[in-house]
Design a protein around this ligand. Structure first.
Ligand SMILES: C[S@@+](CC[C@H](N)C(=O)[O-])C[C@H]1O[C@@H](n2cnc3c(N)ncnc32)[C@H](O)[C@@H]1O
Length: 427
């Protein structure tokens, strides 16, 4: 007999399952998205609705973890945090808990529902660790910090990038709309389509034939800062699974040479089927041991354009990865900063005279952004900075970003991105 479900469609065993996954996530041993994917792979019979409940409950708890601990106590278990989230975050009425919890739990939940809480410190209201709230506050005021924290606590919309080798944006939009998928042209990137909901698109014919990839609009703007041309030699130094490589390759119309470097063989392996689907034959995925690998040195002074999409704290992507605010620390950020400086200096050696180097992160922290670029410019007088706003304006992208690109979920409804455009002096 199927287990009884409450009015939210949740059964007692599903709540137990969500608690177990939450327990694994809260150990912070692995990223939350990896824990969830693994759980869903191992429980493939779990239906779409149940998966959505587990994922949304876990992301909900991670977003508001500090507030939930204040409500449920510093020593609250995963089960208590989940129940507190459902009662106070999701606003489940008492009757929703009847068939899925014990009487003792319901008594505890009723107390929780009646509990008054003081406003709390700024970091508590922002649901951030103290160190992070302090650092973010350096670039804004209290209202700005709260607005940022609250927008980082909302789920991100789904953006697509039209692959201009295969289609154009209007044709893709028409195709999606014909299939009943609500979508509109993206406001920032000329290649972007923003979807109204989050339909599963992996089996859509337009995905399978390479007409689009999923890519945040903010990330798409980085491709326009690199602005690669047909026939050029371009290096994507930290290519990962190739989100930006694919865009650069399409902007080059599959001509020239595009090296996709990364130290992670596993991530680069994911790029290969994507290249094939996108119809790109100019991409050369290359595993490097570290940023000073001989394969890197061989290209010294030869590249027209180099993108460094640096490994970073990822704090600009909290809408998608809310666990990062609890996983990162001042120590892990300091390690990142040292690594970012080393990678940028190495990648810079590849740039030919007159060529362009773009440094980008999805971090919101000044030390990973301006700090790294300022230190680089001070040590490399052969490079000068070019205005990101002007580079975009020349491609008809009107964005008042200033010399360095700074995108935020509050102002732009994108992930938080930072980028600086540097050019090596000619001659
Ligand atoms: C922000 S991610 C890149 C995301 C990717 N560009 C995209 O658009 O999907 C940073 C990447 O840097 C890689 N990385 C870390 N250390 C590196 C190094 N020393 N040299 C090159 N890549 C490195 C990581 O493996 C990771 O894939």
């Amino acid at each position: 007999m199927a287990p009884k479900v409450n009015a939210a469609g949740v059964s007692r065993p599903l709540l137990v399952q969500a608690t177990q996954v939450l327990g694994a996530v809260l150990s912070m041993e692995h990223p939350a998205d990896a824990v969830l994917s693994r759980h869903f792979r191992e429980n493939h019979a779990l239906g779409q609705r149940d998966r959505a409940f587990v994922a949304e409950a876990i992301y909900g708890v991670l977003r508001r973890l500090r507030w939930l601990h204040r409500l449920a106590g510093a020593e609250a278990t995963a089960r208590q945090l989940l129940l507190a989230w459902l009662a106070r975050g999701e606003g489940w009425p008492m009757r929703h808990f009847e068939d899925v919890t014990s009487p003792a739990e319901r008594e505890w939940i009723a107390g929780l529902k009646a509990q008054d809480m003081d406003e709390g410190s700024l970091a508590e209201r922002a649901d951030l660790p103290d160190w992070l709230a302090e650092r973010l506050l350096a670039g804004t005021d209290e209202a700005g910090l709260l607005a940022l924290a609250h927008s980082l606590n909302r789920p991100a919309p789904l953006d697509l990038r039209a692959n201009l080798i295969k289609t154009d944006r209007d044709a893709l939009l028409a195709r999606l709309k014909a299939d009943g998928i609500a979508a509109e042209a993206g406001a920032l990137s000329p290649q972007a389509i923003r979807l109204a909901g989050k339909p599963a698109l992996q089996k859509h014919p337009a995905f399978l034939d390479g007409s689009f990839e999923v890519q945040d609009q903010g990330s798409q703007l980085l491709g326009f800062l690199v602005q690669p041309k047909r026939g050029e030699m371009v290096v994507d130094f930290c290519a990962g699974a190739g989100g930006k490589t694919l865009q650069l390759g399409a902007m080059m119309r599959s001509t020239g040479r595009l090296y996709a470097f990364d130290v992670s063989e596993r991530r680069l392996a994911k790029l290969k089927p994507r290249m094939a689907r996108a119809g790109l034959s100019n991409v050369h995925p290359t595993v490097i041991a570290h940023e000073n690998d001989a394969k890197v040195k061989r290209l010294a002074g030869k590249a027209d354009r180099v993108l460094v999409d640096a490994p970073c704290s990822g704090l600009g992507t909290l809408r998608r990865n809310p666990d990062l605010k609890w996983r990162q620390s001042p120590e892990s950020v300091a390690e990142m900063v040292a690594k970012q400086g080393g990678i940028l200096a190495s990648a810079a050696r590849l740039v030919r005279p007159g060529g362009r180097l773009v440094y980008a992160t999805c971090s919101l922290l000044a030390e990973e952004n301006d700090g790294v670029v300022d230190a680089f410019l001070a040590a490399h007088p052969e490079f000068r900075e070019v205005s990101a706003q002007e580079v975009l304006a020349k491609q008809d992208i009107a964005l008042e970003t200033g010399t360095r690109l700074r995108l935020s979920p509050v102002e732009h409804d994108t992930d938080g991105f930072f980028a600086a455009v540097l050019e090596r002096n000619a001659g």
